[in-house]
Design a protein. Sequence first.
Length: 240
Amino acid sequence: MGKKKDEHHGGAWKVAYADFVTAMMALFIVLWIIAPEPNNNKIVYEDEIDTAPPQPPDAGAQGGDAKSPGEKNMDKEGEGSAKKKKKDLQFIADEIIKLLKIDETDPYRPADVKLVNKTIKVTLYDRNRKPFFKSNTADLTEWGDFVLKSIAMLTVKNDMRLLLDGHTAKIGRGAPMPQDYSPWELSADRASASRRRLLGLDVRQDQVVRITGYADTRPIEKIDPTFEHNQRLTIHMGIQ
């Protein structure tokens, strides 16, 4: 009897070990499934890290010229193309400012336009003074519709690519949110509604690269997260 009891007790650790291995395999599978996919979009944010490899030092400084005349010409052409693209973007940015009649000296201007990482970043504020959307909805105001018409015209004319991001302020100011409708739904719905309106204005589907709702997770720096300044739609406009 004593021998049988020892044999039964000696096999229990195998069962426990098998359960442990099974649990670990399940955990690894779950982590693999939820791991984020790499973002291969060419349009990037200003706070993303530039991962381009460092350029080698100029070979001429080492007493030799490692580049052929053809390679030098290609470098010059690349620099010329980059300068032209920046000039084109600046021209389009100036057009947006003119179309929207933005007074850049006004601290409560309804929009900001600036060049960021080879794109035009258009920040459209949803303030009480000049709302972009109707309160706590994804419905555009007359002003919001006019802005998207201007953006669509320039997008089609210059064959641009767009990223649309919806943002909200932290709950605490303005009209209260419905119980079953959080800032996540609101910010995503606003970005989606803006995309649909742009498509209705002859922007092609492939020109809208991505839409995202960030809720209140990306407040503007040095601004109280509950302030209405954080209620905004951001559009990044890039040239292929």
